[in-house]
Structure formats: structure tokens, C-alpha cells
Write a protein that binds this ligand. Structure first.
Ligand code: GLN
Length: 180
């Protein structure tokens, strides 16, 4: 059975895992990913939100960054939420410009309604980054205040908000369908 992993380093790991588990329905097996070996053979990998500097240094320490890049270049699907979005852009896996904490600090965290790929969903933004540039061929799947908040190019999906902190499964289902 195909496997979809959640990077288990820091951040909203359990929340992503719980939603994937609830929608897996014998279509795929959700797994937690801590090591290079865990990445091997995955159809897809979710990079949760959290603190991008902490995630980044642990990725480097365990050499997971190089493995994620090489597997993504081999076609593994990767979805980064919030800090995970920052990591994807730092790893050069998607050509976007991203500005950390661009809405301000914790007090400027907010929830709003978004339209994602034609569906209304709640958007939870927590010390979120802003996408300030989208490269060629990057598809915009959702916008807030005129700026892109969900983008995709080929096998890479980025959301600057946190679908895993709501009970709406639209974006998880979208990613699963990419992977299957
Ligand atoms: N502000 C965090 C960072 O820059 C991201 C916040 C989040 O993932 N909710 O890493």
C-alpha cells in the first residue's frame, strides 16, 4: 500500500497525522517520518508548521534535507504548511519568494474564510509567512487579500495556513489525491 508520511520533528505533527489517518480508508498508510530510512518509498510527505529555524537545523543535523530534496526530485509529493512552506522554498523545491512572520507576531494570528481550488475552507494563519513572489508555472490555488496563500507546482504543494488545525479535510484530500 502507498505510504504518506508526516515529518515528525517539531510542530503540528499529530494534527496532520490524525486527519490523514481519518481519511486514509484503505487507500494509503499514514506514517511518521523521523529518519532517512522512513522517507524511502513514500508517495508523499507532509512538512508540518512549527518553527522553521528549529525544523531546518534538525533536518540538516540528520541529513534529512538532502534526502527530501532528492526524493522530491524523483517524484515524491511534498506538502509544506506554514513553517513547512518556508522549508520547501529554502530547499529550492518550489520557486516562490517567502517572507517569514509577514503578518506580524502571535497577536496577528487570525482565522478567515478562503476559497481553495473552488471550495470554501477555513484558513488559520499563525505567525504565517507571506508568499511575495510566484515563479513561472506556479499555480495559485488560494488567495487572501490579493496574495497567494496556497500554491502548487508539479509535485510540490505549499499552504501558508494550517488546514490541520481545523476539521475541514479539503486540502488533505487534495494532497492525498496528488499522491495516489
Ligand atoms: N513563524 C514560524 C516560522 O517562521 C511559522 C509559524 C507556523 O508554522 N505556524 O517558522
Amino acid at each position: 500500500m502507498k505510504k504518506i508520511g508526516v515529518l515528525d520533528i517539531q510542530g503540528s505533527v499529530e494534527e496532520h497525522f490524525a486527519i490523514l489517518d481519518s481519511i486514509s480508508k484503505d487507500r494509503f498508510e499514514p506514517v511518521l517520518v523521523k529518519t532517512i530510512e522512513d522517507i524511502n518509498g513514500l508517495s508523499g510527505l507532509v512538512l508540518p508548521g512549527g518553527e522553521s529555524t528549529a525544523i531546518d537545523s534538525l533536518l540538516q543535523k540528520y541529513n534529512l534535507d538532502n534526502e527530501i530534496v532528492s526524493q522530491a526530485k524523483n517524484g515524491m509529493f511534498v506538502w509544506g504548511t506554514c513553517a513547512g512552506a518556508i522549508i520547501l522554498s529554502e530547499l529550492g523545491l518550489i520557486d516562490i519568494g517567502i517572507e517569514r512572520n509577514a503578518y506580524g507576531g502571535q497577536l496577528h494570528s487570525f482565522e478567515t474564510e478562503l476559497e481553495f481550488n473552488g471550495k470554501k475552507i477555513p484558513g488559520v494563519f499563525i505567525r504565517a509567512p507571506k508568499i511575495n513572489r510566484v515563479g513561472e508555472g506556479v499555480e495559485i490555488l488560494s488567495k487572501h487579500d490579493g496574495g497567494a496563500v496556497a500554491v502548487r507546482k508539479n509535485n510540490i504543494l505549499v499552504t501558508t495556513f494550517h488546514p490541520e488545525l481545523t476539521d475541514n479535510i479539503t486540502v488533505h484530500e487534495y494532497f492525498v489525491e496528488m499522491c495516489l
